[in-house]
Design a protein around this ligand. Sequence first.
Ligand code: DAH
Length: 348
Amino acid sequence: MTDLERHIQDIRMAFSEEIAAAETLENLDSLRVRFLGKKGEVTSLLKGLGALPPDERPRAGQFVNLLRDELEEQIRTRKDSLEEKELERLEREDHIDVTLPPRGRTGGGFHPVVETSREIIEIMAGLGFSVALGPEIEDDFYNFEALNIPPSHPARDMQDSFYFPDGKVLRTHTSPVEVRAMRAHGAPIRIVVPGKVYRRDSDPTHSPMFHQLEGLMVDTDVSIADLKGCLGALMNAFFDRPLAARYRGSYFPFTEPSLELDIECIECSGKNPSCRICKGTGWLEVAGLGMTHPDVLRAGGIDPTRYTGFAWGMGLDRMAMLKYGLTDLRVLFEGNVPYLLSGRNRSC
Ligand code: DAH
């Protein structure tokens, strides 16, 4: 037996003793590094082959390569068996008995914003409105241009809206769906559009993502009286009692004239000068609205000399907070299930 063969034999024996003792994948890996790593014993042997006389090299090379293959094979086998053992252990220790009854809350419920949205949709369905939806990633055209929003409008500023590199924008309101729906269905049309909208706003009373509900009605002879009738009916039905309402003049590029709707404070009806909801004003701002601008009807493919329309937009989060007496907007987005369901634990 040559020196080399003896050396190989020693390595083989040392290796088989150590591999039998390797109880973890870490042990096994350090073993692999020691024998087969860059500075490992087998690797040094291979490197040393160059120092042998040329006629011994092929045979010696064969021996060392054989040794290397053999050790690698043993490591693989050992690794498989250790991994299998580890799986068995996990299965034993982390075993979940899916037949056990669940712990904790068993009933589900709708999120207040979802519940609010569903309720408003139901009320408006009674007035002949159906639901329309649109994309949250919107084209500049639908979000701004078609709605008569001029390039100088603050909503177009990067500071206020979230833009994508390709010029698309996370819709800043649900109004673009008005134009999409008019284009898709023409007139007459009555729709409500619930959905998520996005603005660069974040503080205790603003979230960068919030919910709106848009409404649009277009027909022959639609007037402000119809608008007031619909919204009055919606508010009274939603808050379950007749509420005083007032309409204030306002400005939106996509309506003319534009108004804002205030309803009587649902908490104090104007009787508490230190009311935390209306701050003593007696009124709550709930919607922006107006008669659809002729340019917007035109952008929707509708002839403004034949048809008129009205539209409104309202914050669903705010409506939910008012209805359910929530005080901090952020709770709506924090996933605190017990809090969100408290007092309203209706199952789905
Ligand atoms: N899009 C407006 C906003 O996000 C809300 C709004 C105002 C919608 C008046 C309307 C409207 O349809 O007529 O602030």
